[in-house]
Design a protein around this ligand. Structure first.
Ligand code: 5GP
Ligand code: ZN
Length: 116
């Protein structure tokens, strides 16, 4: 799938609506449409990168930024103290369904480990 048909690029471009909790010039964080926890935010780079396998070394800075943004979101949504989980699904066996690099931020309940 090219980036023109990418659903997350459409969310970035506001071509489809989403509940945005954080946005800056590099990343956006929005509520997952099918939440797996009381807090379930998807954080993505605005640049279309298909998955972690496609991330180049010269693009690695965005990952640190995403984690700093995730930390800010946990504070703004009140889950920083109780704890949370950040997940990247990569490829078919990793459970990736949208081919635009993204990190799930999950919290607001006791999370099980290991995941299924
Ligand atoms: P993946 O399974 O690729 O790791 O995660 C993709 C996530 O994106 C899923 O949790 C799914 O619920 C969410 N998602 C898919 N389409 C949309 C959408 O149109 N809007 C929002 N807010 N979330 C979406
Ligand atoms: Zn995209």
């Amino acid at each position: 799938m090219g980036k023109d048909e990418c659903i997350f690029c459409k969310i970035i471009n506001k071509q489809i609506p989403s509940d945005i909790v954080y946005e800056d010039d590099k990343v956006i964080g929005f509520k997952d449409i099918s939440p797996e926890a009381p807090v379930h935010i998807v954080i993505i780079p605005k640049q279309h990168i298909s998955d972690l396998n496609c991330l180049r070394e010269d693009e690695s800075e965005i990952i640190g930024h995403i984690f700093i943004v995730a930390k800010k979101i946990t504070r703004s949504l009140g889950i920083a103290e109780n704890g949370y989980r950040i997940v990247n699904n990569c490829g078919e066996q990793g459970g990736q369904t949208v081919d635009h690099l993204h990190f799930h931020l999950l919290g607001g309940r006791m999370l099980k480990w290991p995941p299924g």
